[in-house]
Design a protein around this ligand. Structure first.
Ligand code: C2E
Ligand code: MG
Ligand code: MG
Ligand code: MG
Length: 285
């Protein structure tokens, strides 16, 4: 009895697993198809200087418009893409589109705006990244210093020696690097002196409760101070309230990004947003 029961459990487990695998494979196929059918879009979220109130850049965030599922967020797309070679094709699509956006901005007189692009771990490990960046930057005729690549601590620490080499190469080209979701990984701070980085992005998780949680407020204050001591700039993510913005500014945080200023939006909308911003005086809470 025990034996057949065991086999039964295995079959049950196996069926559940097949369903999950099936779902993943379906999703992966849909994503490949989506690439072919141009269903992806890069949304842009403004990054605001807390000193001047000006929009100084934007982060590019992937969106998928599925004909039936509607808009799908990257948290559902990236993990599936990461498990297959899709991440290389999708990551490449993002880089192509990002360099096009920088070229469009340049034509539209927004030639000082910086664009930040998220890189996935496997994209960083591939050998094609640097030559591809050189090619895309040349093709778009853009200033490499206006391109910023965001990597998380865990991506950076997967292979610290390789990351060190990659970041050195990026710096030689003038491409900027930001550490995304800073403080959410489990790595020691020593990587900060090892890697050629330009910026730290304070994770939304520390910003949300700044007003009520003294520990979060202390962590944010210390992070700004640490970053500046190391000669890095700081951007805060997920700023939603005037209190958060003024707290961050009072602590010397350089820039902020969040729903208080604007949600991520399509490129055409971003252009109108910038035109409107130019017409009115900048006011940062
Ligand atoms: P992230 O890079 O940390 O991006 C910030 C996320 O916070 C974005 O979510 C953004 O829409 C959201 N956000 C911005 N301001 C606020 C706010 O005030 N409140 C709240 N609640 N959320 C805010 P999104 O667009 O869903 O992206 C999620 C994650 O997916 C990103 O986190 C990034 O890790 C990844 N991702 C997005 N686009 C790409 C991409 O092109 N390539 C790769 N590899 N990853 C991407
Ligand atoms: Mg990011
Ligand atoms: Mg982040
Ligand atoms: Mg995040």
């Amino acid at each position: 009895a025990a034996k057949s029961e065991g086999r039964g459990n295995f079959q049950f487990f196996s069926q559940a697993m097949n369903a999950a695998t099936h779902e993943r494979v379906m999703m992966e196929n849909r994503l490949w198809q989506a690439l072919g059918e141009n269903q992806f879009e890069l949304y842009l979220q403004p990054q605001v200087s807390l000193g001047s109130g000006d929009v100084v850049g934007a982060e590019a965030l992937l969106r998928w418009h599925h004909p039936e599922l509607g808009m799908v967020t990257p948290s559902r797309v990236i993990p599936i893409a990461e498990e297959s070679n899709l991440i290389f094709a999708l990551g490449d699509w993002v880089l192509v589109r990002a360099t096009e956006v920088l070229a469009e901005w340049r034509r539209d007189g927004m030639q000082t705006l910086r664009l930040a692009v998220n890189l996935s771990a496997r994209q960083c490990q591939g050998r094609e990244l640097l030559p591809r960046l050189d090619q895309l930057i040349a093709r778009a005729g853009i200033d490499p210093a206006l391109l910023e690549l965001e990597i998380t601590e865990s991506t950076a620490m997967r292979d610290p020696e390789a990351t060190r080499g990659l970041l050195r190469e990026l710096r030689e080209r003038g491409i900027h690097v930001a550490i995304d979701d800073f403080g959410t990984g489990y790595s020691s701070l020593s990587y900060l002196k090892l890697f050629a980085i330009d910026r730290i992005k304070i994770d939304r998780g520390f910003v949300t409760d700044i007003e009520t949680d003294a520990n979060d407020a202390a962590i944010v204050t210390a992070t700004v101070s640490l970053a500046h001591s190391l000669g890095l700039t700081v951007v805060a993510e997920g700023v939603e309230t005037a209190y958060q913005s003024s707290f961050l500014r009072s602590r010397g945080c350089d820039e902020a990004q969040g729903y208080l200023f604007a949600r991520p939006m399509p490129a055409a909308e971003f252009r109108s947003f910038m035109q409107a911003a130019r017409a009115r005086p900048a006011v940062v809470p």
